[in-house]
Write a protein that binds this ligand. Structure first.
Ligand SMILES: Cc1cn([C@H]2C[C@H](O)[C@@H](COP(=O)(O)OP(=O)(O)O[C@H]3O[C@H](C)C(=O)[C@H](O)[C@H]3O)O2)c(=O)[nH]c1=O
Length: 183
């Protein structure tokens, strides 16, 4: 298990080992003890999510759950490739409003650990991209929130792509018009 830093101290890149042979590969995509031995102890996970996005340029986000159901997320890509983004919205954080983005793909096997207190979103880089992620709290619709994907200065890899958004995401408020619930 390789753990790498990002520009935001609490957001980490995790790359589990892959054991390849003539059939393909095997990898332990999540092992609490391996991670702790590598120096990173995460909260307990209570829910796994999995979504498929058909088209390249699909943007899901930027989302978070407000307290008391804030979610930390451990994100990976099961098929295809995506540009995964976290934005710090923790009140008083020295990196408030800053973002980090990483390419997560089936090929690179990378995962992104995003603690509670961050916006999360991604843009798909290939058709039929599947995201799989572990959450530290259950889905709570009453706490589900969205911030406009293009309001945080994120350098999305658009390359001539018109983003595909849900209605919720297309009408989300800008970060500048938003008061963080993470006090
Ligand atoms: C998040 C969630 C959704 N749902 C239901 C609610 C809707 O009927 C349907 C689609 O939900 P939504 O449009 O919010 O799905 P995404 O746009 O992929 O939202 C997710 O996208 C970003 C990237 C995230 O990090 C969040 O986990 C989540 O907000 O699934 C559930 O039943 N359970 C859940 O945990």
């Amino acid at each position: 298990m390789q753990i790498s830093e990002t520009a935001i101290a609490d957001v980490k890149i995790l790359t589990p080992a892959r054991f390849g042979d003539h059939r393909g590969f095997f990898s332990e995509s999540w092992n609490r003890t391996t991670l702790a031995d590598a120096g990173l102890t995460l909260p307990d996970f209570v829910q796994d999510n999995h979504s498929l996005s058909h088209d390249r340029g699909t943007v899901r986000g930027l989302h978070f759950q407000a307290p008391p159901h804030a979610q930390g997320k451990l994100v990976r890509c099961g098929r295809g490739a995506m540009f995964d983004v976290a934005v710090d919205i923790r009140a008083g954080s020295p990196t408030y409003g800053q973002w980090v983005g990483e390419e997560l793909s089936y090929k690179n096997g990378r995962q992104l650990w995003i603690p509670a207190g961050f916006l999360h979103g991604f843009m798909t880089l290939e058709p039929d991209t599947e995201i799989i992620y572990k959450c530290t709290d259950h889905y709570a619709p009453e706490c589900d929130r969205a911030v406009a994907w293009d309001s945080c200065g994120i350098d999305w890899p658009l390359e001539g792509v018109t983003p595909i958004l849900s209605e919720k995401d297309a009408s989300a408020p800008a970060l500048a018009d938003f008061t963080t619930p993470y006090q």
